[in-house]
Design a protein around this ligand. Structure first.
Ligand code: NOJ
Length: 914
């Protein structure tokens, strides 16, 4: 069916009224939990039911009011992680448990039951560094890590568990009615939304009735909590006492409001808490709609009697209570005990995987627009970049490139020769990304549709028909990516023979995969739609988009026979999406405050495992004035995923359309990005192998500096660069906080230096990008910029050595072919360590396992912070040969510049400064 008349789909369909989204008061399971918890039912652990298995310790907990039992299982997991699972002991039918997020079978460690007093039990890891104190009545768990009580679970008695019930209509006897954990006797059934929930014109009929769960966590001594993306909110999470809880429910919210706790495109149910000396995490593995309440109270004292003298002495000034509430599933929660930020990052990636190593081109600049009209337009834009001497790597095609929004096809009029178009891009060493959404046009002549239909690959309605909803193509069905067979089939559609007109330089963008269903409840799918294995959509809503990106990435890998790294951008995501590619912050607006909020939004994604993230440069909706666009390019150039994008009906905004001076500024920002690629690529390698976020909030690098904990207008790129994007119009002066009392910072343009631990006033013009290099770091750069990353393979390197107060510095460089999996399978890579100590700069191998030959040389070395003019500089190769080097020393900036060097990047050598 073709959408026609008032059914015509346009950009306006996205411009929805905010009232179509729920606030917490409209969420029935939230209301139910609030109401029931006020009745103060407690749970008691039956510690004599304890069973110690090979992997876990389990025991019953019983609701004192309903007498219904739950089964709790506690697992110790390698790296000081604790897992707590709570489920019904014998549910009426199995409850949904999230699969495919945890990367492999987790290595458990035995927790040994130690005798507690009566009514208590202590489970301890062998080394005794992780202890779990279980109190029977009322049930609570105190978690002790390295002799510190870091967290209590259920100490507020908010454990909540709705047992599955027989539907009222089927209940034979009054007896059954008693077996409900929700006391419905005096309540208005409809208002509690037990079996049916209304929202506007929508009625959610719940086949399984009420099934929500909840649990509280008290974080002792913690005042600063972060994480649980995605919200257009500050980096540090706010108290929710007087307003809505943070909602995790993936929704397509066009032009989302900022400083709002409503759910947008993606969800990572993972929260981090940080205080001096300790970082911890809570990963709540649940894919149904989830709410998180946060309450920080000052001056709470906490002492625990059974903990012995160390804990008893502890006085905690703050406590943050975090309450997780989910609509369905089971309680499956991981407590990550740190103690450092970097330990927590590793613990989390141990569970969900680390950032995929991106192909190098994808770290370049991406030019997108809804839409580039036709092949001619693509050619013109591509040429425009060359004519204006602006590098870029990828041009993007939005939905209009297809035949009537039928993905995997090309509009024959506008894109008659897609391969030829790609060959043109290839000749420029550039790539193409095309969009591929999860909705499939209902059309008996569209083979993707008919094949999926034949095989039963669509999500179904609860009546058993294929689910049909409206999206870009009009009436559409939605692929059920939760089915492994559907994923396998969909992956196969990216094979070159299957995807006509595609080549190996075409990569993929998954959009609208919350999933977006126009005119559906909250612009998404009915919760009672049915997925593979008969699970209701409600159980897995938040993981739908994750599965699409997973299948797409797999498809791109398969089409290259396992050889090439994929690039897939997804709008929706879940915990673990980092394994499959990049995400972005969706439909932002061309206004200054959206530029500003993009920083905390990206920081939050970064610390929850998703390093490869970005925001639409320029703002997707509306027309940015030139100044805003310039500032956005300057910010985006120093963020992990760097793409300009704009919606339909906006004015064209290719970088050269705003007058010569602004073109120059944008060119400069993009060129800076390309110069920095060796550093950025090395950071991605560290994210990939060591779980270190690429973009980092200051508190991660300076965990012992209280002043950094709330900062979100500047950030670190790796551990060496501090970026403070200008996000105010007509700025002439900005305040830059330079952390660390023992640190020294160098302005990366002027080489001027400042001591850390202070806020400095920095004059800025529209040309200024405030970037500071941390003393003690070496940043590898490229000395010249090409038309794209592909033109820069052999370009010489430069090293920016910024000396610490002690006159030393260290950095690294990672290098491989930039596109294949050879780095992994054949260990074809170079990993170099660059260190400066006692006036000698050394290039050494950082990982002997890697081998990769590169013709590239280090051509220039700039040493910042060298107080004395040297008398001579010599290079020393590993065969003992020494050679003098010409140098220029600038006393004003205490900098030494060595040029025209020719030191192979992959060889061992030293530079001696006398
Ligand atoms: C919504 C996406 O967020 C936006 O980036 C895209 O351009 C439109 N869908 C059209 O595909």
């Amino acid at each position: 069916m073709e959408a026609s008349g008032k059914d015509e789909i346009s950009v306006e369909d996205e411009a929805v009224d905010k009232s179509i989204f729920k606030d917490c008061s409209k969420i029935a399971f939230y209301r139910r939990q609030k109401q029931q918890l006020s009745k103060n039912f407690t749970y008691r652990a039956l510690l004599d039911s304890i069973a110690t298995g090979k992997e876990s310790t389990s025991f019953q907990i019983i609701n004192e009011a309903t007498k219904l039992p739950l089964l709790a299982e506690i697992y110790g997991i390698e790296r000081n992680i604790l897992r707590l699972k709570i489920n019904e002991e014998i549910p009426l039918k199995p409850r949904y448990e999230v699969s495919d997020v945890l990367i492999s079978k987790l290595s458990t460690v035995r927790l040994i039951p130690c005798s507690g007093d009566t009514g208590n039990l202590i489970l301890s890891s062998e080394k005794g560094d992780l202890k779990c104190h279980i109190t029977a009545n009322p049930f609570k768990i105190d978690l002790e890590s390295e002799k510190e009580v870091v967290m209590s679970i259920n100490s507020l008695g908010q454990l909540y568990f709705e047992h599955l019930q027989i539907p009222p209509k089927q209940r034979a006897t009054k007896e059954n009615e008693k077996s409900t954990s929700v006391d419905t006797s005096q309540e208005d059934q409809e208002d509690l939304g037990l079996w049916e929930e209304k929202f506007g014109d929508f009625v959610d009929v719940k086949a399984n009735g009420p099934s929500s769960i909840g649990l509280d966590f008290s974080l002792h001594g913690f005042e600063h909590v972060y994480g649980i993306p995605q919200h257009a909110e500050s980096h540090q999470l706010k108290n929710t006492r007087n307003g809505d809880a943070y909602r995790l429910y993936n929704l397509d919210v066009y032009g989302y409001q900022i400083h709002d706790k409503m759910g947008i495109y993606g969800s990572v149910p993972y929260l981090l808490a940080h205080k001096l000396g300790r970082t911890i995490g809570i990963f709540w593995l649940n894919a149904s709609e989830t709410l998180v309440e946060i309450n920080t109270e000052p001056a709470v004292e906490y002492t625990l009697t059974q903990m012995g003298p160390v804990a008893a002495k502890q006085k905690v000034r703050y406590r943050t209570d975090v309450r997780w509430i989910s609509e369905s599933g089971i309680i499956d929660v991981f407590v990550l005990t740190g103690p450092t930020p970097s330990d927590v990052f590793k613990q989390y990636s141990c569970l969900t995987g680390s950032q995929a190593m991106p192909p190098l081109f994808s770290l370049g600049y991406h030019q997108c627009r809804w839409n580039y009209e036709d092949e001619q337009d693509i050619r013109a834009v591509d040429t425009g970049f060359d004519e204006h001497d602006i590098p870029y790597d990828v041009i993007w095609l939005d939905i209009e490139h297809t035949e009537g929004k039928r993905y995997f096809t090309w509009d024959k009029e506008r894109f008659p020769t897609p391969k030829r178009m790609q060959e043109l891009l290839r000749s420029k060493k550039r790539k193409l990304v095309v969009i591929n959404d999860p909705h499939i046009k209902v059309d008996p002549d569209y083979s993707v549709y008919t094949k999926a239909k034949e095989q039963g690959f669509f999500v179904r309605t609860h009546e058993g028909a294929d689910f049909e909803g409206i999206c870009w193509p009009g009436l559409s069905s939605y692929l059920d990516f939760t089915n492994p067979k559907v994923r396998e089939w969909y992956s196969g559609l990216f094979a070159f023979p299957a995807y006509q007109g595609s080549t190996d330089i075409l990569f993929i963008w998954n959009d609208m995969n919350e999933p977006s269903v126009f005119r559906g409840p909250e612009q998404t799918m009915q919760k009672n739609a049915i997925h593979h294995d008969n699970w209701e959509h409600r159980e897995l809503h938040n993981i739908y988009g994750f599965y699409q990106q997973m299948a797409t990435a797999e498809g791109l890998i398969q089409r290259s026979k396992g050889k090439e790294r994929p690039f897939v951008l997804s709008r929706s995501f879940f915990a673990g999406s980092q394994k499959y590619g990049a995400v972005w912050t969706g439909d932002n607006t061309a206004e200054w405050n959206y530029l500003k909020i993009s920083i905390p939004m990206l920081l939050t994604l970064s610390i929850t495992g998703i390093s490869f993230c970005g925001a639409d440069v320029g703002g997707f909706i509306g027309n940015p004035e030139a100044e805003l666009l310039v500032r956005w390019y300057q910010a985006g150039a120093y963020q992990p995923f760097f793409r300009g994008h704009a919606t339909m009906n906006t004015k064209r905004r290719e970088p050269w359309l705003f007058g010569k001076e602004h073109t120059q500024r944008i060119r400069e920002a993009i060129r800076e990005r390309y110069t920095l690629l060796p550093y950025l690529y090395s950071l991605f390698y560290q994210a990939h192998v060591a779980s270190e976020p690429v973009m980092r909030p200051l508190w991660v690098e300076f965990p012992n500096e209280l002043e950094t904990f709330g900062i979100e207008d500047e950030y670190m790129l790796g551990s060496a660069l501090l970026i403070h994007p200008v996000t105010e119009p007509e700025a002439t002066m900005i305040d830059v906080f330079l952390p660390g009392s023992n640190e020294i910072w160098y302005d990366s343009k002027t080489s001027a230096c400042w001591e850390g631990g202070c806020t400095m006033k920095m004059p800025v013009t529209l040309d200024t990008i405030p970037v500071f290099q941390r003393g003690g770091s070496v940043v590898p750069i490229k000395m010249a910029v090409g038309r794209s990353t592909g033109w820069m393979t052999d370009t010489p390197y430069g090293l920016r050595v910024a000396l610490s107060t002690k006159g030393s510095a260290v950095g690294e460089l990672y290098l491989d072919d930039g596109h294949s999996f050879q780095y992994l399978h054949q260990r074809q890579f170079l990993h170099r360590k660059l260190s400066f100590c006692s006036s000698v700069l050394t290039n050494r191998c950082a990982d002997e396992r890697g081998h990769f030959s590169s013709k590239c040389v280090v051509e220039q070395i700039l040493v910042l912070g060298l107080r004395k003019e040297p008398s001579s500089v010599t290079t020393h190769s590993s065969d003992g040969k020494a050679a003098p080097v010409a140098f220029v020393y600038c006393a004003g900036t205490s900098s030494l510049s060595l040029e025209k060097l020719s030191l192979n990047i992959g060889a061992d050598w030293e530079v001696h400064i006398q």
